[in-house]
Design a protein around this ligand. Structure first.
Ligand SMILES: CC(=O)SCCNC(=O)CCNC(=O)[C@H](O)C(C)(C)COP(=O)(O)OP(=O)(O)OC[C@H]1O[C@@H](n2cnc3c(N)ncnc32)[C@H](O)[C@@H]1OP(=O)(O)O
Ligand SMILES: CC(C)C(=O)C(=O)O
Length: 524
């Protein structure tokens, strides 16, 4: 039998992680972070262990300059840099902004592709080289650490790139960044471009990649750049950034970590801080993370289908290539839904405290679970509890015969309820703050029981104007917590059914201390 080839690590080099969440990430349409938010993020990036924080574009606005300055003053550990066009005012602003940093860097750039030079800058290639050299020379008069980027490098002529990079290195640039500004390149092209530049430039120069995700290849292109010789990767948390975003930091880092056997590269990232960083960026930027996003999405460590759940229960590694804890998340979760199987159902019941349930009961409940899952999609713990507690073996001491609700604006809701009881039909009327509370009050009057409502959840389980509403209610009676589920097209009816079910369980003595009332257990 043919076995997959065991990989050999290509290199054990340390990759510099350059985080540009606060600069390119903030260029995401609609995102604007204030100073204190930027500072909070910068502190988290330092905890995460990034090597470089690009804190902003100081010439962009007085606020951006002040934001970068505060980070430079207050955040220690990473190199702090600010972006600057190849011009005096930009570079002076960047120099002012990073001057208080423990490790300051100025990052200057100019475009090198034919289209950018001709149409945007309106400059001849010679003039672009001259401007780049002047910019780096000026930046070096302020700091020792200068990065030069050739914007739109991947659509530039390779010999021209070599020329401008050699000139800027000569002028004092220590890091040379090769951006795929419009997300156009491919992994193979990137690998070859970096190998070419590595051969062209002096060995002390750090080559850097900066990839955009227009074709969904930013992470693959960044990794290919490393394979070609890049030792700095520019990226953002959650991959946020201009247009389709930048290469995602967490994906690159976890690819290196998980496939250390193949790549061998190391980073200084504290992987357990990844999830927290992602949540923070999502919260402060207002950009939600898609559920299926690798590493940090809600579903990244969730299993819904029965075959996978069964595998994970038997051995986690069957369907997981990394530990959720390793990226700072809770252990993998089994999501219960219509694709779940018996193994996961049994485990969910065990986790909820029903480990001793006999097999025939589990089988019976599993059928009802599938019916419910068909109607409502995801099944939560409360639903499962309600399913268990609402077993059809609960005697129907009370059942709903009918009800009528009067409610409206500026009037107290009133419920009229009729229940079938062992003594025949009984009616009651009650007021409440809302129609559901009024209905519960009327039911309590008839049963003589008044459990304390602990939680109430309502959810549409089908779609359309006649959607079924499912109400899941938890109530305490004495020391016992009981759960009831009611489904109906009318939400008050669904609520009443859930509440009556709880009362039937109390009467059936399902662990409850009964109140004094007319329905003694012996009469049921
Ligand atoms: C690929 C990237 O992500 S690059 C970074 C992009 N980020 C940003 O642009 C965010 C911050 N930007 C801003 O706040 C503003 O654009 C500013 C403050 C930088 C400039 O504003 P303005 O002076 O009003 O210029 P505007 O934005 O309209 O046009 C950009 C100018 O910079 C020039 N320019 C663009 N890149 C460079 C460069 N690297 N070096 C020198 N000049 C450049 C353009 O040719 C244009 O010049 P022109 O006005 O003579 O035609
Ligand atoms: C300025 C550079 C680094 C950039 O953001 C890009 O080209 O995308």
């Amino acid at each position: 039998m043919t076995q997959p080839q065991k990989s050999q690590p290509q290199s054990t080099d340390r990759i510099i992680i350059f985080d540009t969440t606060l600069r390119d990430g903030e260029q995401s349409p609609g995102v604007a972070l204030n100073h204190s938010q930027k500072l909070e993020i910068a502190h988290q990036l330092a905890r995460l262990g990034v090597d470089v924080i690009e804190a902003g574009f100081p010439i962009a606005s007085p606020g951006d300059l002040e934001g970068v300055s505060r980070i430079a003053r207050e955040v220690r550990g990473p190199i702090i840099t600010g972006l600057a066009r190849a011009g005096k005012a930009d570079i002076e602003a960047a120099a002012r902004a990073v001057e208080a940093a423990g490790k300051p860097r100025i990052h200057t750039f100019i475009a090198t592709s034919p289209i950018h030079m001709a149409k945007k800058l309106n400059l001849e290639p010679d003039a672009v080289v001259e401007r780049a050299v002047q910019a780096v020379t000026l930046a070096r008069s302020f700091v020792d650490d200068v990065e030069f980027s050739a914007e739109d490098a991947t659509r530039s002529d390779w010999d021209f790139l070599s020329r401008i990079f050699k000139a800027t290195v000569e002028a004092g640039a220590t890091t040379i960044n090769v951006p795929d500004t419009v997300g156009y390149t491919t992994p193979d092209e990137m690998r070859k471009l970096f190998a070419f530049l590595k051969a062209e430039l002096p060995a002390h120069v750090i080559l850097s990649s900066h990839c955009h995700d227009d074709l969904g290849m930013a992470v693959a292109n960044s990794i290919a750049a490393a394979e070609g010789g890049a030792r700095q990767i520019e990226c953002t948390i959650n991959g946020i950034g201009e247009r389709a975003g930048n290469a995602s930091l967490e994906e690159i880092v976890m690819a290196f970590h998980t496939r250390a056997d193949h790549y061998g590269y190391t980073t200084g990232i504290q992987t357990r801080e990844l999830y927290r960083s992602s949540r923070m960026i999502s919260r402060l930027s207002g950009m939600p993370v898609q559920p299926n996003k690798a590493i940090v999405g809600d579903n990244a460590f969730a299993h819904e289908s029965g075959i996978h759940q069964d595998g994970v229960i038997k051995a986690r590694e069957t369907y997981e290539i990394m530990n959720a804890e390793l990226v700072g998340r809770e252990a993998a979760v089994l999501v219960m839904g219509k694709h779940s199987g018996r193994a996961a159902f049994r485990k969910a019941l065990t986790d909820l405290g029903y480990a001793d349930m006999p097999d025939d009961k589990v089988q019976h409940l599993f059928g009802r679970f599938k019916d419910l899952a068909d109607r409502k999609g995801q099944i939560f713990s409360d639903d499962l509890r309600a399913l268990v507690d609402s077993r059809s073996d609960v005697p129907q001491t009370f059942s709903l015969e009918g009800f009528q609700i009067t409610s409206g604006m500026n009037m107290t809701p009133v419920a009229f309820v009729r229940l079938q009881t062992p003594d025949g039909p009984i009616d009651a009327t009650a007021h409440g703050d809302g129609p559901v509370e009024a209905a519960f009050g009327a039911i309590n009057k008839i049963t003589g029981l008044s459990p304390t409502l602990e939680s109430y959840r309502i959810q549409a389980v089908t779609q359309g104007g006649d959607a079924l509403g499912e109400v899941s209610v938890s109530a305490r009676h004495g020391e016992t917590l009981l759960h009831g589920l009611g489904v109906a097209t009318d939400v008050v009816e669904a609520s009443a059914r859930a509440w009556i079910r709880i009362q039937n369980m109390i009467v059936a003595g399902m662990g409850a201390e009964r109140r004094q009332g007319e329905f003694a257990p012996g009469r049921i």
